[in-house]
Design a protein around this ligand. Structure first.
Ligand code: AVI
Length: 349
């Protein structure tokens, strides 16, 4: 286990965030010292970033959360039945569990009790998930503060029930295709044949419909993007002037992804005292902070198949903006189940 990135929620307040400092420093060294500057998107999600992301999900332009929720409201019973209860539910990147609550309620119609293991990098998000689910008395919540590759290794053995891993919100879109395959392969390796994965993915659509979701009129996404610099100021004793960078959202047609960047509006040098380095920016130079891939349902099914799942069903909204796909863990070619020991480590791009 990498202690730097993983702590149980029960740890002292703030401890989990302090414990990720090594990971933050490593990400910054890897991303800002070379010629093509980039930062991994998990850095967005400190307490402030998680709160800003919650705000994004309620924006009129950010259709993803609303649409996925609509699908769940309409189809949760069918999805729960298709997953074949009784089930234990694991959620990767759970956030505040607002959508999963719908699925858990549907599951409670089909089984007496549910154990729910939400994984997230943000202790604050998991605290609100636990508070939200308190009213569902037959759900036992076991939160785990962790990035998901590491977090998968922390899961206690399931108590004999099938597992349903839930990966919503098009979080998979924040991984480039090889990393997405590796991540889902890692999930498959932690599951047994017959276990299931519910994968939410934002579907491909014209850029004019996509771009406003990543560049909203109120500027909340811009604040979310710039918050990463505020985090580095606080955690690495850096000196980023947030007003000297602007938020950019671009559609990359070749790679079918929205990209978020922070563009330096002037030539500048920024000290990162905790690392003993100074970063130089030319005017117009960008830090690539996030990619958000947009998939087709066929692409989702192929991705699942490559990772060891058979896609059994997909549910979409009437405009086919967003898709939820249920994959079933198939036996490995040698007939064995998952490898519960060694797990893969992948990074969000
Ligand atoms: C978490 N993830 C799926 C969001 C997305 O749409 O890629 C993160 C986000 N970035 C900007 N707005 C929201």
């Amino acid at each position: 286990m990498r202690a730097a990135a993983t702590k149980r929620l029960e740890a002292r307040p703030g401890e989990a965030e302090v414990a990720t400092l090594d990971a933050v420093a490593a990400a910054v060294r890897a991303g800002l010292l070379g010629p093509r500057k980039h930062l991994p998107p998990w850095l967005f999600y400190d307490a402030r970033g998680s709160a800003l992301f919650e705000e994004i999900t309620a924006l009129p332009e950010y259709y993803l959360t609303r649409t996925e929720r609509e699908i769940l409201v309409r189809e949760a019973g069918a999805i729960a039945a298709a997953a074949e209860p009784p089930l234990e539910v694991v959620e990767l990147g759970a956030g505040s569990a607002a959508k999963t609550e719908i699925l858990l309620e549907a599951l409670l119609e089909q089984q007496a009790r549910v154990t729910y293991l939400p994984l997230d990098v943000s202790p604050a998000a998991l605290t609100s998930a636990r508070a939200r689910l308190r009213r569902l008395r037959r759900v036992t919540v076991r939160p785990i503060v962790a990035r998901y590759p590491e977090g998968l290794r922390l899961l206690p053995a399931s108590d004999g029930q099938r597992r349903l891993v839930v990966f919503l919100g098009s979080n998979i879109g924040n991984y480039d295709p090889p990393a997405a395959r590796l991540l889902l392969t890692g999930v498959a390796q932690g599951l047994r044949p017959g276990d299931a994965l519910l994968l939410g993915a934002d579907l491909r659509k014209p850029p004019r419909d996509l771009l406003p979701a990543y560049d909203d009129a109120q500027g909340v996404t811009a604040q979310f993007n710039k918050n990463v610099l505020a985090r580095l100021n606080r955690e690495l004793d850096a000196d980023f002037d947030l007003d000297a960078f602007r938020h950019l959202a671009r559609w990359n047609a070749r790679r079918c992804r929205i990209e978020m960047h922070l563009e330096s509006m002037r030539a500048q040098r920024v000290p990162l005292r905790a690392l003993g380095v100074e970063i130089t920016f030319a005017r117009g130079e960008r830090i690539h902070t996030e990619s958000s891939y947009k998939l087709t349902l066929v692409g989702v099914r192929r991705l699942l198949a490559a990772a060891g799942f058979r896609a059994e069903a997909s549910w979409t909204d009437p405009r086919r903006r967003f898709g939820l796909t249920l994959g079933r863990r198939v036996p490995d070619r040698d007939g064995s189940g998952g490898d519960l020991g060694e797990r893969l480590t992948v990074e969000r791009v």
